[in-house]
Design a binder for this molecule. Structure first.
Ligand SMILES: [Zn+2]
Ligand SMILES: [Zn+2]
Length: 296
C-alpha cells in the first residue's frame, strides 16, 4: 500500500484527512499482529463562510468514506477517540457493518465527556454497534496487547485549549522500536497535558491535530497558537522524524507558512499535511469553499 511509514514492524496509511478534502483524521496501522483503524468517519462543515458544503466536497466525502470503509472492514481493531461525527459515524457516510466482529476500543462515554457527547451521541452510537462488535472496551489511560503489538491510550485530555468541546483520548501503537502516536482533536497541542503523551513516548511518527488557525482571534488565541508551535518544536527536538499536522490545521490556506518555518528549522524531519506525507497534492476544499461556490 501507499504508506507514510513502511518498516518491517509497521505500515501506516493516512486514510482520510482535511488536507484531502473533508474533515477526518482516519488512520490505518498494520503490524504483523494486528490491523487497526482509528476514527473511521468523515464529515463536512455544515457552515463555513456562512455557506453550506459545495457539491465537490460532497463528492469527495463519498470517496473518502469508501476508502475508510475498506480499511475498517479489513481491520481487527477499531478505535473511537471521541463522539464527534468526523471521528465516529452512526451509519451515515460509513456503514455500521464495519463494526461487525471487531474489537472496538472507545473513549469513556461516561467520564470526562461533555453533555452533547455523553448524554446523546455516545449512548446512541454504542447502542447501534453493541450487537455487531465482538467486544467493546473503554480505553482511557489503558494498554492493550495484540501479540507483539501494544496499543496504549492517554488519559482523556481537552478537545482543544479548554474542555468546552469535551475530551479526547490519544493513541500510541508500538511494535519493536517503531512507535506512532495519533493525537485526535487536541487542536495544537496547546496544553502541556496534551503534549506530554507525545513528549514522554518519543514516537517515530506523530499524527497531530495541529493549531486551529482558521479560528485565530476567535475561538483560538494567539497565545494558543504560540504554545502549540512551541510544543510541536519540542516534539521535533525530541527526535520525532515524521510529523503530520492536519485536521483543524488544514482548514485555512495560511497553513503552509507555519509548515515552512518548521521545515527550515528541522531539516532532518519529514513535516507536512497527511496528503503531502502520502505523496498527494493538498486539496483544502473547505478552506476554498467560497471560491468553489463562485465557480458554480
Ligand atoms: Zn472533535
Ligand atoms: Zn475532529
Amino acid at each position: 500500500m501507499t504508506a507514510v511509514i513502511e518498516t518491517p514492524e509497521m505500515a501506516v496509511d493516512l486514510v482520510a484527512f482535511d488536507s484531502m478534502g473533508a474533515r477526518s483524521m482516519c488512520t490505518y496501522i498494520e503490524t504483523k499482529d494486528v490491523r487497526i483503524t482509528i476514527d473511521p468517519a468523515v464529515a463536512l462543515a455544515e457552515k463555513r463562510f456562512n455557506l453550506g458544503p459545495h457539491a465537490t466536497e460532497v463528492e469527495r466525502m463519498g470517496q473518502l468514506a469508501e476508502r475508510i470503509r475498506r480499511r475498517a472492514m479489513g481491520s481487527d481493531v477499531i478505535i473511537v477517540t471521541h463522539y464527534h461525527y468526523d471521528h465516529h459515524d452512526p451509519g451515515d457516510a460509513v456503514p455500521l457493518d464495519i463494526y461487525g466482529g471487531k474489537t472496538v476500543l472507545i473513549k469513556d462515554p461516561k467520564n470526562r465527556i461533555n453533555s452533547s457527547q455523553g448524554n446523546y451521541r455516545a449512548p446512541l452510537f454504542l447502542a447501534m454497534i453493541k450487537g455487531r462488535a465482538k467486544q467493546i472496551e473503554v480505553a482511557d489511560g489503558r494498554r492493550f496487547s495484540f501479540g507483539g503489538t501494544e496499543i496504549e491510550f492517554s488519559d482523556a485530555v481537552c478537545h482543544g485549549p479548554n474542555s468546552a468541546m469535551g475530551y479526547v483520548i490519544q493513541t500510541m501503537v508500538r511494535r519493536g522500536d517503531e512507535k506512532i502516536v495519533h493525537t485526535s482533536d487536541v487542536q495544537g497541542p496547546s496544553r502541556q497535558d496534551q503534549a506530554e503523551f507525545i513528549l514522554r513516548n518519543r514516537p517515530n511518527t506523530a499524527i497531530i491535530d495541529g493549531p486551529m488557525i482558521y479560528m485565530l482571534g476567535y475561538a483560538y488565541s494567539q497565545g494558543d497558537l504560540e504554545a502549540s508551535l512551541s510544543n510541536i518544536r519540542a516534539i521535533l527536538a525530541g527526535g520525532t522524524k515524521n510529523v503530520v499536522l492536519d485536521h483543524h490545521f488544514a482548514r485555512d490556506l495560511t497553513f503552509e507558512k507555519y509548515l515552512n518555518e518548521l521545515r527550515e528549522d528541522y531539516r532532518d524531519a519529514k513535516i507536512g499535511t497527511a496528503a503531502e506525507l502520502m505523496g498527494m497534492e493538498d486539496d483544502l476544499l473547505e478552506a476554498r469553499r467560497r471560491e468553489l461556490h463562485k465557480g458554480g
